[in-house]
Design a protein around this ligand. Structure first.
Ligand SMILES: [Zn+2]
Ligand SMILES: [Zn+2]
Length: 134
């Protein structure tokens, strides 16, 4: 696959623990994630937890999707409402491209979202255990 950012960069497959395969550009160190891989790696239910909201911030880029490779352009949008981290996402295959250094930002955002959803899940479980949902 071709790197969406470098004109002559070729993405290389990298195996991560738990059978996640990502594609990394050796030149710009950008990483391509196929649909579902970001969420899986960050233990989130979805790649982009607040997609319906952040999608409103999207704007087209001139970068081709490496996966579709049919001229589909990536769209730039915020990763989360409360964050200035911008990610590139393909509207067709829903893959995501992260520039160098963006993964660690995404991880810290995901950690906050994760702890929130985990707290919420525990609260719901607790309420359920008391029989409120029966
Ligand atoms: Zn590159
Ligand atoms: Zn695509």
């Amino acid at each position: 696959m071709k790197c969406p950012k470098c004109s002559d960069g070729e993405l290389r497959e990298m195996e991560l623990p738990e059978n996640v395969t990502i594609d990394m550009c050796p030149k710009c160190k950008g990483i391509w994630y196929d649909r579902g891989e970001v969420g899986f790696q960050q233990e989130l239910e979805r790649d982009i937890p607040e997609l319906e909201t952040v999608e409103k911030t999207k704007r087209p880029t001139g970068n081709d999707c490496p996966r579709c490779a049919d001229g589909t352009k990536l769209e730039e949008m915020r990763y989360a409402v409360e964050s200035d981290l911008m990610i590139d996402r393909c509207p067709k295959c829903e893959g995501i491209f992260l520039d160098k250094g963006e993964l660690s930002k995404l991880e810290s955002i995901a950690a906050k979202i994760d702890s929130f959803s985990a707290r919420l899940a525990r609260a719901v479980k607790d309420i359920d255990a008391r029989g409120y949902f029966k």
